[in-house]
Design a protein around this ligand. Structure first.
Ligand code: CA
Length: 240
């Protein structure tokens, strides 16, 4: 059309469809194109990762069961480099339950079979949310360092003292990435590589209680605050 994006976040968005079943892929692409989206297609895990990192889509519709490696692995590899919103397609609702339980980072899930109307509604909703990350994240997480209390979206969250100290340490790092050993040193007061994995389980617990985006995994390096964690409000009134 040659018009400038109106800023509603959906016009001219590029959607990467990752689906190995050709009939489903074609139906998705046809419908999305009719709705005014640009589309790209990949049919296996490795080419999905390449396409996501090369064509910089605004959203991925990602089938869970793919040749090569599965949608979970696609998500991990892409999100290690770039935050792309994901709608995960699953074959069964218990697969969706499992993935939600793992906190694996998809923005939404659809179980097959689904209607194209439902799909496009979800696409628009996820794109809308993705376009207002700052507003959504701003102040979502509040911790009170003096009272050792935390709130996520206005709801009390019960963090353990260790989880609390981990968040404080990441916050104090000012966006820098901290290794597991550095976190052990700051939070537990010692450096012992044999227990470095302990850090991982506490980070998983923080994410479960709040959101994946609170803490970012930097693969092979360590952790930093994620997009929600960076907006965290920290009360430090009588902190010592
Ligand atoms: Ca499949």
């Amino acid at each position: 059309m040659g018009t400038v994006s109106s800023g509603n976040g959906t016009s001219e968005a590029t959607i990467l469809v990752v689906e190995d079943e050709q009939a489903i892929a074609e139906a998705l692409i046809t419908r999305l194109a009719a709705e005014g989206f640009r589309t790209a297609h990949a049919a296996d895990g490795p080419s999905a990762v390449d396409a996501a990192l090369d064509s910089l889509p605004d959203l991925m519709i990602l089938d869970l069961n793919l040749p090569g490696f599965d949608g979970l692995e696609v998500c991990r590899r892409v999100h290690a480099t770039r935050r792309v919103p994901v709608i995960m397609l699953t074959a069964r609702s218990d697969e969706t339950d499992l993935l939600v339980g793992l906190g694996m980072g998809a923005d939404d899930y659809l179980t097959k079979p689904f209607s194209m109307k439902e799909l496009t509604a979800r696409v628009r909703a996820v794109l809308r949310r993705a376009n207002e990350p700052a507003a959504a994240a701003s102040g979502a997480l509040r911790i009170d360092a003096a009272r050792r209390t935390a709130e996520f979206h206005g709801e009390a969250v019960h963090l353990t003292p260790t989880e609390f100290d981990l968040l404080r340490a990441l916050h104090a790092a000012n966006g820098a990435v901290l290794s597991r050993l550095q976190l052990l040193d700051k939070v537990w007061g010692y450096r012992d590589g044999s227990v470095a994995r302990t850090v991982d389980s506490h980070i998983r617990s923080i994410r479960r209680k709040t959101a994946d985006e609170v803490v970012r995994t930097v693969h092979g390096v360590g952790y930093s605050l994620g997009e929600v964690g960076q907006q965290m409000h920290v009360g430090l009134v009588v902190d010592r």
